[in-house]
Ligand binder design. Structure first.
Ligand SMILES: NC(=O)C1=CN([C@@H]2O[C@H](COP(=O)(O)OP(=O)(O)OC[C@H]3O[C@@H](n4cnc5c(N)ncnc54)[C@H](O)[C@@H]3O)[C@@H](O)[C@H]2O)C=CC1
Ligand SMILES: O=C(O)C(=O)COP(=O)(O)O
Length: 528
């Protein structure tokens, strides 16, 4: 039974799938402090949050069973991604479900700002009939600057066109073609602030976007501009904005998000006649809340049930076309990594991976994760997974060298793996044989044909008559049944290699006895 903790208000309709699942128990406990979460998180396999719960390294440390953190929304700045990655916890979000709600809220804020609606409402319900103080401006024929032309920014741009606005966007990924399709111009931040009547930001808060609009931009800003932030507090420098409002550069601002949430009671935006504020309501619609909860619930179930999932924030996305081509190789990669580390001795300092044939023209990064997982799991156990495999390798100073080549030695695809340790190096090659499954086809330059599965014994010996019989008899005496056997040598009478698959694992004592047989060099047991 998987246990899932929901620690922020999340739509009940949206999480119906979790309630219906027979292998899941859902607990809803909102408004917990960090200490309270630390005290209970150890029981749970997954945690679902919105933006209130701050998922700190302490919480993840205490979450010894935690496999996944689901964010029912877009921004994951309340989740410490580095700590999650180190702990091998998958963080997923629901990036699509609240786009329209946030876009519409941006428009509501833009119109509230241009027509002074909150200020006029306040006076009217206070008994005043003041029609003189609230002269607004039209949106039509105004220029809107959109910083961040992703999901929300693009939807805002589309709607702005319908209002007769001219739109200029700034986004590192905004190509000429896309801009043309959306009917928007392209500008830099500084170009946009000089011409825009309204400026709205729709980027995440990152090192690059923090204070993207600050004093230098207010100094060159078109007089009378209006500023909207429904993305993240901190993208616009609040103190510099206040100064720009006071000195008349900026005519007004509408903020849904703040550098510190909730803002202090004496925050200058609160009760300022030119500033409209809402308490982070961008995603707060029935539809958006249901959408994000459905998306995140489905993903969490996939992760807990070991099924493929998308939208992982701390793992690069893999396009479906790449995934389809690579999926059959995942088992091969992981088994090869595990096989190789089991025949190697000493501390691993380099993993050299060469992909050839059909694998030479695919992005093999996801496959590398499986190989690393195979190598690292042998020593680090179940703490290693696809999320933290790269990180663990790096943190242990294991160098990963990747290469692609056309040399396939007659196979249609080939993975060649070399593990370098302080005691030497071993190389194996593996392939996916159409219709036959995965095979290891070379070990330290000896050609073999081994199915990497179950219990194997790898024997190095001198190529002398009677070796196969001696080994077979010894294993038979110990009641060990041999399923398959491979013998390889490079030259007659020289060094030779035997690979056997057996029906049950053998003890260290048996290995020791086999090592004592004449002409034996080494005997290694491998479990895959
Ligand atoms: N107020 C609210 O309740 C909500 C706020 N949000 C926030 O809105 C923001 C946008 O969300 P989406 O559109 O869904 O994200 P998105 O990922 O689709 O779009 C973000 C865009 O920002 C661009 N970007 C990144 N760095 C940039 C930079 N330095 N300069 C210019 N552009 C840059 C990216 O290329 C991307 O196109 C996020 O911060 C999200 O957390 C989202 C939903 C609700
Ligand atoms: O999805 C986002 O990024 C949001 O900011 C929405 O936050 P919320 O889920 O309403 O706390």
């Amino acid at each position: 039974m998987f246990k899932i903790l929901i620690s922020d208000p999340i739509s009940d309709q949206g999480i119906q799938k979790l309630h219906d699942a027979t292998d899941v128990q859902v607990d809803k406990k909102t408004g917990l402090s960090e200490d309270e979460l630390v005290a209970i998180i150890g029981e749970y396999d997954a945690l679902l949050v919105r933006s209130q719960t701050k998922v700190t390294p302490r919480i993840m440390e205490a979450g010894t069973r935690l496999k996944a953190i689901g964010r029912a929304g877009v921004g994951v700045d309340n989740i410490n991604l580095e700590a999650a990655t180190q702990k091998g916890i998958v963080v997923i979000n629901a990036p699509d479900g609240n786009t329209i709600s946030t876009c519409e809220h941006t428009f509501a804020m833009m119109m509230a700002l241009s027509r002074n609606i909150p200020q006029a409402y306040k006076k009217t319900v206070g008994g005043e009939w003041d029609r003189k103080s609230f002269l607004g401006v039209e949106l039509r024929n105004k220029t809107l600057g959109v910083m961040g032309m992703g999901r929300i920014g693009s939807e805002v741009a589309k709607r702005a066109k319908a209002f007769g606005m001219e739109v200029i966007g700034f986004d590192p990924f905004l190509t000429e073609e896309r801009a043309e399709k959306l009917g928007v111009g392209i500008g830099t931040v500084d170009e946009i602030v000089q011409v825009a009547d309204f400026i709205t930001v729709h980027t995440p808060l990152t090192k690059e976007t923090k204070h993207m609009i600050a004093k230098p931009q207010f100094d060159i800003m078109k007089k009378g501009a209006r500023i909207i932030n429904c993305a993240r507090g901190g993208i616009i420098d609040e103190a510099a904005l206040m100064e720009a409002i006071e000195n008349g550069t900026v005519a007004g601002a509408a903020f849904d998000v703040f550098e510190v949430e909730p803002p202090q009671a004496d925050h200058p935006f609160l009760n300022h006649p030119k500033v409209v504020v809402t308490p982070h309501l961008g995603a707060s619609t029935i539809e958006a809340q249901e959408n994000v909860a459905i998306d995140v619930s489905e993903e969490i179930l996939h992760i807990l049930r070991n099924e493929p999932f998308k939208n992982a924030v701390n793992m690069p996305p893999v396009p479906a076309s790449v995934l389809n081509r690579l999926q059959p190789y995942f088992i091969l990669g992981e088994k090869m990594g595990s096989f190789l580390v089991q025949i190697s001795e000493g501390a691993v300092h380099e993993i050299h991976i060469n992909f050839s044939g059909e694998l030479a023209d695919v992005d093999t990064a996801p496959l590398v994760r499986y190989i690393l997982k195979g190598v690292l799991s042998h020593h680090l156990g179940s703490d290693v997974n696809l999320v933290n495999a790269n990180h663990l390798a790096k943190s242990r100073d294991v160098e990963i060298v990747r290469q692609k080549s056309s040399a396939t030695k007659g196979f249609t695809n080939l993975i060649t793996l070399t593990l370098k340790t302080n005691r030497g190096s071993h190389t194996i090659a593996g392939t996916l044989l159409n219709g036959y499954g995965v095979r290891i086809v070379e070990i330290d330059q000896y050609p073999v044909d081994i199915e990497p599965e179950g219990n194997l014994i790898l024997v190095s010996h001198n190529d002398k008559p009677g070796m196969i019989g001696r080994l077979g008899t010894s294993l038979g005496d110990k009641d060990v049944n041999i399923a398959t056997m491979q013998v390889g040598r490079k030259i007659i009478g020289g060094a030779a290699l035997m690979a056997l698959s057996i029906d049950k694992p053998i003890s260290d004592e048996i290995i020791e006895e086999l090592c004592q047989l004449p002409e034996m060099v080494s005997v290694q047991s491998i479990t895959l």
